[in-house]
Write a protein that binds this ligand. Structure first.
Ligand code: SAM
Length: 286
């Protein structure tokens, strides 16, 4: 099959690569990487390990956070000349805490057809391995380095499970900030070295997880989750939240929403149990 037959329409392919285990890459991704004219990658030495392993000798150019804007223009020029491009990052899915956003935005603005070749992503791999009671989650990228910013984030995402990337050097400090803000019993989950030889997933109270990582290996790549605060918890501002919730129920009731609709709307908005809201709505009179 010729290059042109194999890669019919899109001009740019956003290609996910493995996050640790070289086998975690699709046949389609390998075909694309073999057949495009240029692969834009974050670090050519890192990508060479994967490309060499699969015998891919396509021309590679750098595309990283320090040359994203300039390279985007150069890639647009190449596309204009009829070349096909694949974008990869060091690991996982480009644009997810990795370069790519600027290119994708410009391609969309310039009406260039793009497609994504899905594959590994640390967030999704992690979420499939831990206990959860709701589908909803917020992803905040890397946790900020500044304590006040982590505290703000914990306020913002108080009622929704929040996934984050973190470096092993900062994990313990960040967990201590979470403990200070949410209390000893706040639930967290940590995934370390997913898909690799020393893959490890730990779920427990923040105190337990701190104690665990103070006494065990804390190296490699980390993804974590802070579970949402429970509406029923005895946290200091529960009554404030209850009052806010009741006010919202009353507002929706005054707009003639049924109790069922109200429970659906508010549960998806706050990631809360639908039945609890339904009961609360039933008990509210306006
Ligand atoms: N684009 C990537 C993705 O799709 O997951 C993420 C890139 S981000 C620059 C790299 C961070 O993702 C790492 O510092 C770590 O927090 C997380 N990560 C990547 N691979 C991982 C793995 N195998 N296990 C746990 N976390 C990982």
């Amino acid at each position: 099959m010729s290059k042109n037959e194999q890669i019919a329409e899109p001009r740019v392919y956003i290609v996910a690569t493995p996050i640790g285990n070289k086998s975690d890459i699709s046949q389609r991704a390998l075909d694309v990487l073999k057949n495009v004219d240029v692969i834009a990658c974050e670090d050519s030495r890192t990508s060479a390990k994967l490309l060499d392993f699969y015998g891919i000798s396509t021309k590679v150019i750098s595309y990283h956070k320090f040359n994203e804007r300039q390279r985007t223009q150069e890639l647009l020029d190449m596309i204009e000349q009829g070349l096909k491009i694949a974008l990869i990052s060091d690991a996982g899915t480009p644009c997810i805490s990795d370069p790519g956003r600027i290119l994708v935005d410009e391609l969309i603005k310039n009406d260039v057809k793009i497609t994504s070749i899905p594959g590994a992503c640390a967030i999704i791999t992690f979420l499939s391995l831990i206990p959860r009671s709701t589908e909803e989650f917020a992803f905040c990228g890397f946790l900020p380095r500044v304590k006040t910013q982590i505290l703000q984030l914990l306020d913002k995402y108080k009622y929704i499970d929040t996934v984050f990337y973190e470096s092993p050097n900062r994990l313990l400090d960040s967990l201590k900030i979470i403990k200070e803000k949410r209390g000893d019993n706040a639930k967290v989950a940590i995934g370390r070295e997913l898909t690799k030889m020393f893959e490890e997933v730990k779920t427990g109270t923040v105190s337990e997880i701190i104690e665990y990582f103070e006494n065990n290996t804390l190296k490699g790549e980390i993804v974590g989750l802070v579970y949402a605060c429970e509406l029923d918890s005895s946290s200091a501002d529960k009554s404030e939240f209850d009052a806010e919730l009741k006010e919202k129920i009353n507002k929706l009731k005054s707009l003639n929403f049924s109790d069922k609709d109200i429970s659906q709307i508010l549960s998806s908005l706050y990631g809360l149990n639908k039945n609890k809201i339904y009961k609360l709505a039933l008990s509210q009179k306006i």
